[in-house]
Design a protein around this ligand. Sequence first.
Ligand code: OOG
Ligand code: MG
Length: 268
Amino acid sequence: MSAQNESTKLDIQKLATIVDDAAMQHREISKLTTSMELSFEDAYTIQAASIAKRLARGETRIGVKMGFTSRAKMIQMGCSDVVWGRLTSSMLVEDGAIVDMKDYVHPRVEPEIAFLLKHDLAARVTPMAALAAVEAIAPALEIIDSRYEKFKFTVPDVVADNTSSASLIIGPWCRPDQPFDNLGMVLDFDGRPVQIGSSAAILGHPLRSLVSAARLSAEAGEPLRAGWIVMAGGATAAEPLRPGLSVRNTVQNLGSVGFTVSEGTSKE
Ligand code: OOG
Ligand code: MG
């Protein structure tokens, strides 16, 4: 291995430690790209290395999340590339649970649809083949929490930070043999709607997000596996959390999923 490859490898480990420490300690960091150039490839290598640290600590891999799959999210964050991240067991929060602002930096929540797979998926699949691999679909919520100051980043930054993954909450698993291309989705805070959207906002059909997840994940050498969860991406812009909030995503025909933020002061 050349000296240059060796030093690149060392940097990747160091950068993975920086993003992993920030996530574990719920601490803000500067964007990586303020001090270096980062390619997409580097960014995904950093993400993979940071997830390897979690797995080495005993977490298990539970699936994949997609990001920037709706125009609302692309516009909110100023990012127009679809991105993906890796989900691990410690990110799963039970439906109805109480979360604490102290476990996050500056969390936001977004309404999503989740897939549960019953078969592995290869890189290139048609939407029909992807659907045939789906065991169930569910209303879901994602708590995203960029570790970067002011929740601002470039696409390589957010990729290195595992696409802001913090927590996911899954509602009732439902049969996938029903139309879900255009289901109304309502995100409410304390019973008041704060974002209203449709599953159609997710790449025109959430199945397209699953098809992309299959391709991107397989290209990274980690094809989607039976038993994994795939989060299709926020259907609307994300909303900041605050202490005491009761949060719910209701998806037409699928039911709802929610959590509460404990009372008490936030860090900011
Ligand atoms: C990146 C994560 C995007 C989604 O559903 O679009 C994402 C971010 O917005 O911080 O999870
Ligand atoms: Mg999301």
